[in-house]
Write a protein that binds this ligand. Structure first.
Ligand SMILES: NC(=O)c1ccc[n+]([C@@H]2O[C@H](COP(=O)([O-])OP(=O)(O)OC[C@H]3O[C@@H](n4cnc5c(N)ncnc54)[C@H](OP(=O)(O)O)[C@@H]3O)[C@@H](O)[C@H]2O)c1
Length: 238
């Protein structure tokens, strides 16, 4: 079996009652960095990993990123390296900071953007006139977009399976909200000493010895992809 089929076969991919199935995929260095400096893009994955990332996209209904990733990497999030179906793209962007010339806005299938009432109504109108679906949602107690609400809305809109492709803040929030079902990690054999995906300890002070309190990946497989190692599994939250 090839790697993509092994991944799909080993994960119990099905929507939950109130949200889609959520898988997170990202590339990291051997020391756990996802980029060198915040706001910069670091290409570290092998060509083989990049092909797998497109295969993975083609197997999910939608792919979501945070606005930080749009501003830094300007991704298209389409399936180009293989033949396959493009997923719906989704951006979490509370102030509608997405540039009007972003690659996502040039795709045939325009993104859905989750935003708040802090967004400029004129920009909202411009984006809607372009054909972008803008969904206004409530914020959580830290003024960030409530991701549980986003997930409920996505399920309502027909998204049963969701792939999250970053960046650090979004993945951090997903960990905090215990919203991750599965992970696909591309580990590149380089040392970066840069930005880590998890910013704060996920265990309370004094509980460091209680390993079962840490979110843990139940590893379902791994493979060598060029110089990278890809690891996938089911996320267990306490
Ligand atoms: N190695 C990889 O695989 C990979 C993948 C993707 C990105 N990256 C890297 O990661 C960096 C970008 O990451 P980032 O952390 O700056 O940006 P991000 O996670 O893509 O987006 C974060 C932004 O999303 C918005 N947001 C709204 N609600 C949120 C919520 N509930 N939780 C979290 N964010 C919320 C906030 O902006 P507003 O308040 O303005 O809405 C926040 O600043 C770049 O350097 C990029 O190259 C690496």
């Amino acid at each position: 079996m090839n790697v993509i089929d092994s991944i799909i076969a080993s994960l119990p991919i099905h929507a939950h009652e109130r949200r889609p199935y959520i898988a997170v995929a990202y590339a990291q260095s051997i020391d756990g960095s996802i980029t060198s400096y915040r706001g910069t893009k670091l290409e570290m994955s092998s060509p083989e990993s990049r092909v797998l990332s497109h295969q993975l996209r083609s197997r999910f209904d939608a792919v979501l990123v945070g606005i930080g990733t749009v501003l830094t990497d300007n991704p298209r999030l389409t399936v180009r390296l293989i033949e396959g179906r493009n997923p719906q793209t989704v951006v979490v962007d509370s102030q509608l900071s997405i540039p009007l010339d972003a690659q996502l806005l040039k795709n045939e299938r325009l993104p859905w953007i989750f935003t708040t009432d802090r967004a400029d109504p004129k920009k909202r109108k411009t984006l809607e006139d372009m054909g972008t679906r803008i969904i206004r949602v409530r914020t959580d107690d830290q003024e960030k977009i409530d991701l549980h609400y986003v997930m409920r809305e996505l399920l309502f809109l027909g998204i049963k399976t969701l792939l999250i492709e970053g960046g650090a803040h979004i993945i951090n929030s997903l960990f905090q909200e215990k919203l991750i079902d599965a992970m696909v990690l591309y580990v590149a054999p380089v040392f970066v000493g840069g930005v880590h995906v998890i910013e704060h300890p996920l265990v309370e002070k004094g509980e460091e010895s209680v390993r079962k309190k840490l979110p843990e990946l139940d590893i379902k497989g791994n493979a060598r992809l060029g110089n990278d190692i890809v690891i996938w599994g089911i996320m267990g939250h306490e």
